[in-house]
Structure formats: structure tokens, C-alpha cells
Ligand binder design. Structure first.
Ligand SMILES: CC(C)(COP(=O)(O)OP(=O)(O)OC[C@H]1O[C@@H](n2cnc3c(N)ncnc32)[C@H](O)[C@@H]1OP(=O)(O)O)[C@@H](O)C(=O)NCCC(=O)NCCS
Length: 170
């Protein structure tokens, strides 16, 4: 049976739990800490949590629009192409809540935001060295296609740069 999920903006009371969820997943996502998250949120066009029926944070997503003051090499890769995109900087679902379509629901919010702001595509990157199979499968399920690859973090990681066209019918 599917359980209810609620999506809401990340508030001050979520900072510690969201930063902890994030930092448990390094290197699949980069480290933040509560201070890093607090600094990043104003740069984001969208920052939301999914909470379960008991009020626990099941996952979160951060997304950034073009032209933002954000130095991530993967964000810069998309920004340099001049695309009109909403970039998913990170998505994390708590280990206790995976395979229950939490990321799917968070991506519904990202796609809705991209459409509401007349963006052409949603973009992101996923590690392929070492491979992040769950994330690759989730993005494939959502319809993302690979549009490039690059080595990052001093050559220790390789990412696939992914893109989803959101200009079609809802
Ligand atoms: C990747 C991640 C966000 C997926 O979140 P999730 O809520 O479990 O994903 P969903 O339940 O919405 O999955 C949707 C579909 O994606 C695919 N999928 C997701 N996780 C999968 C896995 N571990 N293995 C195979 N397929 C998977 C399936 O097709 C799934 O549909 P199904 O369960 O009906 O078969 C989650 O595993 C996670 O937080 N991982 C650690 C952090 C991370 O890697 N973030 C992404 C960085 S790029």
C-alpha cells in the first residue's frame, strides 16, 4: 500500500536533518553540513523536503536555475551550453524510505517548477565512476538521457550529465 507523502519548502527546522541525510551519502553527493546548506539554499530556485505521514523527512531535493552564483563544475557545464534548464544539484532519499517513489515525487516537484518557470529541460549529473546504479536507474525510469560526461574532483570521479526535456504535454 502506498503511504502519504507531503512536499514542502525546506525550512529552518529541517536544516540539521537534511544536512545529515546529505552528508551520509558522500561521494554520491558532495558534503554540505548545516552551514553549507544554509548558504546554498538562497542560491536554489527550489529546495523541498518530502515528509511521511509521521512527519519524518523522507528525502529532499535542491534545484538551481541558470545564471546562479554557483561554482559546481557540473552546474557550470550546463550553464556554459546556454541551455534553459533547471539543474538538480542533489536529491537524497533516506535509506529507510527508498523504492517507495519518494524521489519520483520530489522530481514531480522539480518538473512542475521547471514548467512553471518555462524552462526547457531538467538537468543533473550522476556518478558513473564509481557507478551509482540506483540513481542511474531512477533517472532512466524518469526518462533522462545522457548528454555528456566529465571527470570531476581531481579526476577521482566521472559523472554522466543527464537531461530531461519538459517541453512536451504534461
Ligand atoms: C537514487 C535515489 C534518490 C532513488 O530514490 P527512491 O525514492 O528510492 O527512488 P524511487 O522509489 O522514486 O524509484 C523510482 C524508480 O527508479 C528505479 N530505481 C530506484 N532505485 C533503484 C534501485 N536501487 N535499483 C534499481 N532501480 C531503482 C526503479 O525503476 C524505481 O521504480 P520501482 O521501484 O517502481 O521499480 C536513492 O536511492 C538515494 O537517495 N540514493 C543515495 C543518494 C543518491 O545517490 N542521490 C542521487 C545522486 S545523483
Amino acid at each position: 500500500m502506498s503511504r502519504p507523502l507531503y512536499v514542502a519548502p525546506i525550512g529552518a527546522h529541517h536544516l540539521d536533518v537534511v544536512a545529515e541525510l546529505n552528508d551520509r551519502e558522500v561521494p554520491r553527493v558532495s558534503h554540505l553540513g548545516p552551514d553549507g546548506l544554509r548558504a546554498l539554499l538562497p542560491v536554489c530556485d527550489l529546495g523541498v523536503v518530502a515528509t511521511d505521514g509521521a512527519g519524518a523527512v523522507a528525502g529532499f531535493v535542491l534545484a538551481i536555475a541558470p545564471g546562479a552564483p554557483y561554482e559546481s563544475v557540473n552546474y557550470r557545464w550546463f550553464d556554459a551550453r546556454g541551455d534553459d534548464f533547471l539543474y538538480v544539484d542533489r536529491v537524497v532519499v533516506a535509506a529507510t524510505h527508498r523504492r517507495r517513489r519518494v524521489a519520483t515525487k520530489l522530481y514531480d516537484a522539480v518538473v512542475a517548477r521547471a514548467r512553471a518557470t518555462a524552462r526547457d529541460r531538467v538537468t543533473c549529473e550522476v556518478n558513473i565512476r564509481p557507478t551509482n546504479d540506483a540513481s542511474l536507474a531512477m533517472h532512466r525510469d524518469r526518462g533522462f538521457v545522457e548528454v555528456g560526461r566529465q571527470d570531476t574532483t581531481g579526476g577521482t570521479l566521472t559523472v554522466a550529465l543527464l537531461s530531461l526535456d519538459v517541453t512536451g504535454p504534461v
